[in-house]
Each structure stands twice: as C-alpha cells, then as structure tokens.
Design a protein around this ligand. Structure first.
Ligand code: ADP
Ligand code: GLC
Length: 475
C-alpha cells in the first residue's frame, strides 16, 4: 500500500517536539511491515540540508508563489518530497515563529501550500508514484483533506491530531487566497466562529481522524478538553480512533544509546548507576547515589504543568532529593528555574534551551522523570523514562494515563506498577505523588522491582503501525 505522510517536522532533521519523533519513526515502522511510504515536508533550511535530493518532480506556480517539489531520501533511507519555496520557508530557527516568538504572518500560506501539494501528489503530480492514502499530522497539514475533498476525494485521507490546542486559526479574509471552493467557508466546513481553522478543516474533511492515545481520543470529545471542537469530534466519533505512539528503539534504547555514559538494560543496571554519577558530575549536582534524582525534559509551556514543579521544588529538596531540568519556552518559567538552580546548585540543575544529547543523558542518569501535564495527547518522555529506568511521575490524563501504572499497594502486590500517577492538577496533587516516590525509594527492593517492570514494557512502534495499516485498509 502506498502512503504519503504530510507533516512539518521530522526527526532527526528538524524537531520542536514529539511530532518530529513520530514523523521520524512511524513511516519506518510502516515500511518494516511492507508498506510503501513517502513523507511530504516544507523545505525549511534544516530539511533541505538533511536530505539527499534525487531530482525535481515539478515546478509550480501556486497561490503562494513559485514552488518546486523535490524528491530524495533521508540518511535513514526514507523517501521524501520537499517543497522548495524560499519565499515561504527559508527562514532561520523555529519553523513556526520568529526569534521574538511571533507567529509568521504568512503561516496560512506556508502551511496551506503543504496541504495543496499533498493533494497534487494524490492527483498524480509525480508520474512515477501516487499515494493510495494521504495521512496528515496536526494543523499544519489540516487543509490537505479539504483540498482532497475539493478534488472529489481521489484517494483516502487520514488526519492525526497531536495537539488539539494548536489550531491554526487565521482571519477570514485569508481564505480567498487559498484556492478552495467558496462554499467550504461555512460552519459545516472549515469556518470556526468567523475565522479560518486549519485544525477544523482536517477534522471535518478527513475520511478518518486519529489521535495519539485512546484516552485523549475520548477526552477531546468532552467540553473540558475539546478546545471548542468537541461538538464536531462527537459528530465524527464513528471515524475517530486513538492509536498510541511508540518509542523509536533505534534512537531511545539504553542498551545501544551512543549518547550515554554506559550501556545498560533491564536486569543489568550497573551502567545506569554510572550514568547517574556522570549526570551529577556534569551538572554540578552533589555526586551521591543515596538521593533520588528527579528530572524534567520538556517544553516550558502552560500545557506541561511545570509551575507545579516550581511550587514543589522545596518538597523535593526537603526530603533529600535532587532535580535536573532541561527545557525551553515561556520566559517567566525559564527565569524561575534559572533562579532555583542558582539558589541551590548542589540540588537543582537547570539547562535552558534545546539539547537532544543532554535529553538522553538525563533519561539515563535520573531516577524519576516528571510529567505533571494539564493535558497530554500522548507524551513520549514518560515512555523514554520507562525504557531508561527513570520511573515516570505523571498526572492521570491523556496518554500518560494509558501508559503508566501507579505504585499503589495493590498494583505493587500484582507486579504491574511502573511509576507514580496523580489525579488533581494542583501543588497538593503533585506533592502527594512526590511523597509516594520517596516512600518507594526508601524500599529499594520495591523500587528495583517497579523499575524492572517498567523497563520491560513494550512500547515499540510495531503495534501502532499495525493499527494504522488496518485503518488505511479498512474502507
Ligand atoms: P510535546 O510534543 O508535547 O513537546 P512529547 O513528550 O510528545 O511532548 O515529546 C517531546 C519530545 O521533545 C521528546 O522527544 C523530548 O525528549 C523532546 N524535548 C522536549 N524538550 C526538550 C529539550 N529542551 N531538549 C531536548 N529535547 C527536548
Ligand atoms: C504533541 C503532544 C504530545 C504527543 C506528541 C506526539 O506534541 O503534545 O503529547 O506525544 O504530539 O504525538
């Protein structure tokens, strides 16, 4: 089966979050199961620099200006189509906003073109290869199903919601520039309270909608988590599926990871102790194996609940723990974490910014990975934590609830506990979970048993790939 994925990031070429990890891993998992997969991306500098061009598929005049569609391969051998349109994409840094965090004013053109080119490929733009299914990711690809609908749906479309809160909303007058039928701009279409919504377009026009965990698939049909689109998602619930993301074991595996101090695995943890010492030494934390080392690797945004971590730093320190934080995002949070580290460098280490290598070292060297999110469509860091023997401490929400089992007495007794899970999104809720972590730490035998069970969980991509293939073929 020929499948075209459409997205805006792809690990290892360009990554701002988990979407890139998914785009980097899912196509390869599908290929391993026999599918013929290609990926379409905007020609951001990092994408153009990271792929080997084999040739030009087409030269086009479009509503967004001149564009070339190139074909080539990544280092890993994944086939890519890349839209080369320097007037839209040749900007340094983040793909969505400028250095002052301001979204680019022409984002509606930049990402409409992505959806439009996907539809051209579905219509046979490349005489050599035409997809049977086009699978778009997040609002950036949201117009792809609309352009396909406008063409009479020549192929099947699947649209995956990775984060419903980022919707791609633009003023109504942008719509006229996008080469879509006028009647699409209505409530039963892509209009959202007088604006143009890329996310709504994806949800409304796609043949099938998926999101990245079963629990989030349910949550987004409720007013609390539906971000204003829960009504439409309820209407489409027969076509809405939750498929849990996986872990790319070629990238995230402590037995083979070349970025960590020493290799280890379930049942042979000596290497992990060395990774902890190395991490403490690297970050200036007191070097000791007695204190539990908490960790955060995250975008510093409202979604991730990190203000709760700031509020509970005192609790962690008072009980004799340490914490290392890697993240970037909201300026006030960056400053607050910096100040916390400056005040107590032996117990709190903070690195502001994005650092892929350091993220691996943290997973390997820490004891607990904290993900206290307000909402979390899937979450990947808790899965990496499981794999690396860093017990996830998470809120019971979205994909976190689907992937971590709390170390309650009954779960410990049944041998199914893998971490700490709390309900209430508050300082009190998180504090209770931190206290449970310390209680478990004080019983080393139980701690090791929970860690061992966590490390043996199978969150490989094969399960998700099977579910997507079944979905692609199902209608
Ligand atoms: P989200 O996509 O909402 O940010 P996920 O948990 O799905 O959350 O994925 C986050 C990904 O980004 C993980 O691969 C994580 O390791 C990585 N990441 C987040 N912040 C940083 C950072 N500051 N430096 C390096 N990697 C980071
Ligand atoms: C989004 C979500 C995150 C998810 C990732 C990959 O960024 O916030 O929960 O893991 O997409 O699907």
């Amino acid at each position: 089966m020929r499948i075209l994925h459409v997205c805006s990031e792809l690990f290892p070429l360009l990554k701002t979050g988990g979407l890139a990890d998914v785009a980097g891993a899912l196509p390869q998992a599908l290929i391993r199961q026999g599918a013929d997969v290609r990926v379409l991306l905007p020609g951001f500098p990092a994408i153009l620099a990271g792929f080997h061009t084999a040739g030009e598929v087409a030269k086009l005049e479009t509503f967004a200006g001149a564009a070339r569609v190139l074909f080539g391969h990544t280092e890993a051998g994944v086939a890519l189509y890349v839209i080369d349109a320097p007037q839209l994409y040749d900007r340094p840094g983040n793909p969505y906003h400028d250095a002052h965090q301001a979204a680019y004013a022409d984002n509606y053109l930049r990402f409409a073109l992505l959806g439009w080119v996907a539809a051209q490929l579905a219509g046979g733009l490349d005489g050599w290869w035409r997809p049977e299914v086009v699978h778009g990711h997040d609002w950036h690809a949201g117009l792809m199903p609309a352009y396909l609908a406008a063409q009479g749906r020549p192929v099947k479309s699947v649209f995956t919601i990775h984060n419903l809160a980022y919707q791609g909303l633009f003023p109504a007058d942008c719509f006229a520039e996008l080469d879509l039928p006028a009647q699409f701009f209505r409530m039963h279409g892509l209009e959202y309270h007088g604006q143009l919504s890329f996310m709504k377009a994806g949800i409304f026009y796609a043949d099938r909608i998926t999101t990245v965990s079963p629990n989030y698939a349910h949550e987004i049909t409720t007013p609390e988590q539906g971000c204003g689109l829960d009504g439409l998602l309820r209407d489409r619930s027969d076509s809405l599926f939750g498929v849990l993301n996986g872990v790319d074991e070629a990238v995230w595996n402590p037995a083979t990871d070349s970025l960590i101090a020493e290799h280890y695995g379930a049942g042979r943890l000596a290497g992990k102790a060395k990774c902890k010492t190395a991490l403490q030494a690297l970050t200036g934390l007191d070097v000791t194996d007695e204190k539990p080392l908490f960790a955060v690797v995250s975008r510093l945004t409202e979604q991730k609940g990190l203000h709760l971590i700031l509020a509970t730093l005192g609790e962690i320190k008072a009980r004799g723990g340490q914490i290392v934080v890697l993240g970037g995002g909201d300026a006030w949070m960056e400053n607050a974490f910096r100040e916390a580290a400056a005040a107590d460098p032996g117990s709190v280490a903070v690195k502001i910014g994005y650092d892929e290598n350091f993220a691996h070292q943290i997973m390997a060297g820490s004891d607990i990975i904290m993900v206290p999110s307000r909402y979390e469509p899937c979450g990947l860091t808790q899965l990496y934590g499981l794999k690396y023997g860093a017990l996830p401490l998470v809120r019971r929400v979205g994909g976190l609830a689907d992937t971590v089992v709390d170390c309650s007495l009954e779960n410990l007794a049944e041998g199914i506990a893998t971490g700490m899970v709390f309900e209430e999104f508050s300082e009190n809720g998180l504090t209770q979970a931190i206290r449970r972590a310390f209680a478990l730490w004080s019983r080393p035998k139980d701690w090791k048993s929970v860690r061992n069970i966590g490390m043996q969980q199978d969150f490989g991509w094969h399960a998700a790939a099977e579910q997507y293939l079944a979905l692609y073929g199902a209608w």
